[in-house]
Design a binder for this molecule. Structure first.
Ligand code: SF4
Ligand code: SF4
Length: 375
């Protein structure tokens, strides 16, 4: 893989070049006391000098004592909100004197996507893996999701290797970080010391190489490559959580009646936060909405969650009526049946479900409790 270095000042240029190539550049910004993802107008939108503190049920932004651009980990949002939007119109019907006009949203979304080519700027390695998992879900089977396909087509991805671990991360256990492997156009590592602030950049695609031609950069040395490995190794050592994945699928399948499910259910509020923040969760429901005059009806796809009672409601009852059944379904899907469905775990170890669970339930702790006391 070709590797170069460029100065911090060139980062502005990278964003500018992507904009000039007609990408809508989406990146991290500070809003509502959190780091979220939205369109970057310029480089100053990035969370320069910010970091985050996270633990079970707690997230807080803090000022750093340096000007690191990527000195934080992940916030409540992920890139799935752009590729698999929380609310999406599937089709609309309009009543006219001639009858019902069906306005197929295929036309609408293809018009949208003709205008919108996303560049995702600042994707963490765990989230890059989450995108590849959702690719399998939406594009990998016999039924392709047309909305996801249009929004995913032509993405330019700039990943950033993690120079520090978040309080709830465990990507090293899942093999998804803290260094990006494949699937990016460019992958950055930020280096900031007393004397020098620069980026080491690995080129993943021809397109990435072409974009980089407009940036002032020089070929990386072996020392630079060692620096990347040292930064990522330090991040692994900082990671406070581990998830032992050996034989995990069988352990969960064999322990569906473990008393731990009941104990966790007594704490779980079934609020669905964990599924909303999870970058791989993909459940949705369909809702039909009409106007009061009865002239317009829209069919909408909206994010749903296996934690809601309605999600498994069929023929007059909910299949998973208890919190125990719903928590068990979620965790067993993530760490066991997902492997049977898609060939990987449904978890990339981003830690969001731990941080944003109002009662601080920790998927790594739950898996450990069942492993250590198997029935
Ligand atoms: S595990 Fe936590 S976030 Fe998930 S539904 Fe239960 S209380 Fe909500
Ligand atoms: S299950 Fe939790 S840690 Fe795993 S990917 Fe989803 S939000 Fe991240």
């Amino acid at each position: 893989m070709k590797t170069f270095i460029f100065e911090r000042s060139e980062l502005d240029r990278l964003v500018e070049i992507l904009k000039r190539r007609d990408y809508k550049v989406i990146g991290p910004i500070v809003r509502d006391s959190a780091i979220i993802y939205d369109e970057l107008t310029n480089i100053n939108d990035l969370p320069i000098g910010w970091t985050d503190e996270q633990t079970n049920g707690m997230y807080r932004l803090k000022n750093r004592d340096d000007a690191a651009v990527f000195g934080w980990t992940v916030g409540p949002q992920s890139w799935k909100k752009f590729l698999f939007p929380p609310i999406q119109k599937i089709f609309a019907t309009h009543k006219s004197p001639k009858g019902l006009d069906l306005q197929n949203s295929k036309k609408q979304t293809s018009q949208e996507s003709a205008q919108t080519k996303y560049a995702f700027f600042g994707v963490r390695p765990c989230d890059l893996n989450a995108i590849s998992i959702q690719d399998k879900v939406f594009l990998g089977g016999p039924f392709i999701d047309p909305v996801y396909e249009r929004k995913r087509t032509g993405n330019f991805i700039v990943t950033v290797n993690c120079g520090q671990a978040g309080g709830t991360c465990f990507c090293a256990s899942m093999g998804t970080g803290p260094k990006a492997g494949t699937g990016f156009d460019l992958s950055l590592t930020e280096v900031l010391n007393d004397k020098h602030h620069y980026f080491i950049v690995e080129v993943g695609t021809e397109l990435g190489s072409d974009v980089l031609k407009s940036i002032k950069c020089i070929k990386a040395t072996d020392e630079n490559l060692t620096t990347v490995n040292e930064i990522c190794s330090k991040t692994v050592k900082q990671m406070g959580r581990l998830l032992d994945t050996s034989n995990l699928k069988s352990i969960l399948y064999q322990n569906s009646e473990h008393p731990r499910w009941e104990r966790t259910a007594a704490r779980c509020l079934t609020c669905a936060n964990c599924t909303m923040v999870c970058p791989t969760c993909f459940c949705a429901t369909i809702e039909d909405v009409t106007d009061l005059a009865g002239k317009q009806a829209d069919r909408m796809r909206k994010w749903d969650s296996c934690f809601t009672l309605d999600f498994s409601y069929i023929h007059g009852g909910s299949v998973r009526a208890s919190a125990k059944a719903r928590y068990r379904q979620w965790m067993t899907h993530k760490l066991a049946s997902w492997v049977d469905q898609f060939g990987t775990f449904g978890c990339v170890g981003c830690g969001r479900c731990i941080t944003w669970c109002p009662v601080g339930i920790d998927i790594t702790e739950e898996a450990r409790a069942i492993r250590e006391n198997q029935s």
